[in-house]
Ligand binder design. Structure first.
Ligand code: 0DY
Ligand code: CA
Ligand code: ZN
Ligand code: ZN
Length: 158
């Protein structure tokens, strides 16, 4: 199972969404990353240019990989498992409405799920897990990883 060999992982926001304020995009990613770093020895460092392990961006339809997005709804985002180049990167479908509130899709909730993939996790059958395949709105305040998520991530980086 692919995983990051180093425990300090860099991330970069290559493109923002016009749906949200920049600081809300950054806060959504920061909160999602903190959930995973709280359950592991991993540390996440934001870099603003150059190389990064995890590159986060928004795109619609065909966008330079073999996984074109599908317009509104359906696929919301995808992430590549740990590795060189595109490994770890996350793409969010710009044809969705991204939000820090509750109208549209919660960028925090989707980022938390996608970053699980970026760290090496696959989908879970546990409906309470963030790695469950289907989206469920979660506000970033009263939200934590399920036992299944913690078990999964600690198997990789425990
Ligand atoms: C086959 C994959 C490319 C599907 C894609 C996904 O799982 N990305 O990680 C995806 O966007 N799945 C949707 C399925 C759906 N529209 O309900 C999803 O919401 N995944 C993100 C998500 C967000 C928050 C929580 C959970 N459990 C899942
Ligand atoms: Ca879509
Ligand atoms: Zn993509
Ligand atoms: Zn997924």
């Amino acid at each position: 199972k692919p995983k990051w060999k180093h425990h300090t992982i860099t991330y970069m926001i290559a493109k923002y969404t016009p749906d949200m304020k920049r600081e809300d995009v950054e806060k959504s990613f920061q909160t999602a990353l903190k959930m995973w770093s709280d359950a592991t020895p991993l540390k996440f460092i934001k870099v603003n240019h150059g190389k990064a392990d995890i590159v986060l961006s928004f795109a619609r339809r065909t966008h330079g990989d073999f996984f074109p997005f599908d317009g509104p709804r359906g696929v919301l985002a995808h992430a590549f498992q740990p590795g060189e180049g595109m490994g770890g990167d996350v793409h969010f479908d710009e044809d969705e409405t991204w939000t820090a509130g509750s109208q549209g899709y919660s960028l925090f909730a989707v980022a938390a799920h996608e970053l699980g993939h970026s760290l090496g996790l696959t989908h879970s059958r546990d409906p309470s897990a963030i790695m469950y395949p289907n989206y469920r709105y979660r506000s970033s305040t009263q939200y934590s990883l399920s036992k299944d998520d913690v078990l999964g991530i600690q198997t990789l980086y425990g």
